[in-house]
Design a protein around this ligand. Structure first.
Ligand SMILES: Nc1ncnc2c1ncn2[C@@H]1O[C@H](COP(=O)(O)OP(=O)(O)OP(=O)(O)O)[C@@H](O)[C@H]1O
Length: 391
């Protein structure tokens, strides 16, 4: 979809910003470019929409050299989001978002209808925000309008240059989550520049780690964190890369423990027998649809209301609210366990069926697996998508 072939950029003063770059971004893929200030990320990006021209090599869009496009027509196919969003101060949010489609000849009413849909998509209620002016928005809200506006012409390619750089870390995380949710829906081919390795890992299907004008490693987040290609990449991703790995390593079936499982309608006598048989003190309780209800403990001597003959599990079970989907990250598993102060967390499949539990011991095993595994085989964890309206 997007391809750099031996691309170099030397500025007139002799600065080599990009040095023999080779990079390919597949259709629908989100590639993050990460590296320290001045390493050539922005220059790389600006050679795609011809705000800069390479001094050597070529950039291909859908197999065609971008140099052969008319720059204006080229830019219509490429959404561009930058840190200082550059909204028109005297136009409303709705009109700002509708600008490009209108320039492309879409009728005003149709462009505004589409703009309202996009504002909705980026989490801004058009009825509330559509009529406001940019200076009546928070920094995070302005960034969202920037993203909506870049998507308005439905370009196949999006260039994003530190789009969330100007907002505080909490809002930033919300924007990242929302952007991932959006990307899962619209599947654009995205080149995303950041100097923040956490952001690169979180968002990228693949990450290009830049040194001075060159890519030092181009790989999946798990591989970059788990097997840095050289000392430069290792020091860039940081000594806490083991911890960062947690956010890209998913909980797998093999990590789970299998405590006894009983149902709400079972008798306490049968449930107790099951627990004794397996030598444990508690069992997971499922409802009649095999959904998670909670847990039940083996009746003890100082139980204030011990079960009597014929009691069902339903009368003695406790609710357990916390659970994780299979594929959630180990980081999420760890934080959920801490948040609920729980000794175990149930893991459910896509249809909310119970698969097993994660305990501190099994979590520890999973962490070891994450550190020891051949990183190339590690699937990417699903990123938690919590949408916080109005952030
Ligand atoms: N117009 C220019 N003339 C000369 N040198 C330039 C020009 N634009 C950028 N450079 C230099 O090229 C190098 C790469 O700049 P670029 O903006 O691509 O880096 P970056 O990785 O995006 O940095 P940052 O994260 O700070 O935005 C830098 O050394 C910069 O000073």
């Amino acid at each position: 979809m997007l391809r750099f072939e031996h691309v170099s950029k030397r500025y007139p003063d002799g600065t080599v910003a990009v040095d023999d770059l080779n990079l390919e971004v597949a259709e629908g893929e989100l590639v993050t470019l990460v590296g320290p200030s001045g390493c050539g990320k922005t220059t790389t990006m600006r050679m795609v929409n011809r705000l800069e021209e390479p001094t050597e090599g070529r950039v291909l869009l859908d197999g065609r050299d971008v140099a052969s496009y008319d720059p204006v027509r080229l830019r219509r196919q490429i959404g561009y989001v930058i840190q200082q969003v550059g909204l028109f101060p005297h136009r409303t949010v709705l009109d700002n978002t509708a600008t490009v489609p209108q320039l492309l000849g879409t009728r005003r009413s149709e462009a505004r209808r589409r703009a309202a849909e996009l504002l909705e998509l980026v989490g801004l209620d058009p009825a509330v925000y559509g009529g406001r002016y940019p200076d009546q928005l928070s920094g995070g809200q302005r960034q969202r309008v920037g993203v909506a506006r870049a998507l308005a012409a439905d370009p196949p390619v999006l260039l994003m240059d530190e789009p969330f750089g100007a907002v505080d870390p909490v809002v930033r995380e919300h924007l990242q989550n929302e952007f991932l949710r959006l990307q899962a829906e619209v599947r654009k081919t995205v080149l995303f520049v950041t100097h923040d390795i956490e952001e690169a890992v979180r968002l990228g299907d693949r990450i290009a780690v830049y040194g001075q004008g060159r890519i030092e490693q181009f790989d999946s987040p798990a591989a970059v964190l788990g097997a840095p290609a050289n000392d430069y990449v290792a020091s860039f991703v940081g000594s806490d890369r083991g911890l960062k790995r947690l956010s890209v390593t998913p909980v797998e079936k093999g990590d789970l423990e299998q405590p006894p499982v009983v149902h709400l309608s079972d008798s306490m006598a049968a449930a107790t027998a099951r627990m004794r048989e397996q030598g444990v003190r508690w069992a997971v309780v499922l409802d009649e649809h095999e959904g998670l209800h909670g847990w039940v403990a083996i009746p003890g001597g100082n139980d204030p209301a011990p079960p009597v003959d014929g009691d069902a599990v339903a009368g003695h079970a406790r609710r357990m609210e916390a659970w994780l989907p299979l594929g959630a990250s180990l980081k999420k598993a760890f934080s959920t366990m801490l948040q609920y102060d729980a000794g175990w967390i149930a893991v459910l499949d896509e249809e909310d069926r119970f698969l097993g539990v994660l305990t501190p011991a099994s979590l520890h095993e999973a962490l070891r697996r994450s550190i020891d595994a051949d990183v190339r085989d590690i699937a990417r964890a699903e990123v938690e998508l919590d949408t916080v309206p109005g952030a």
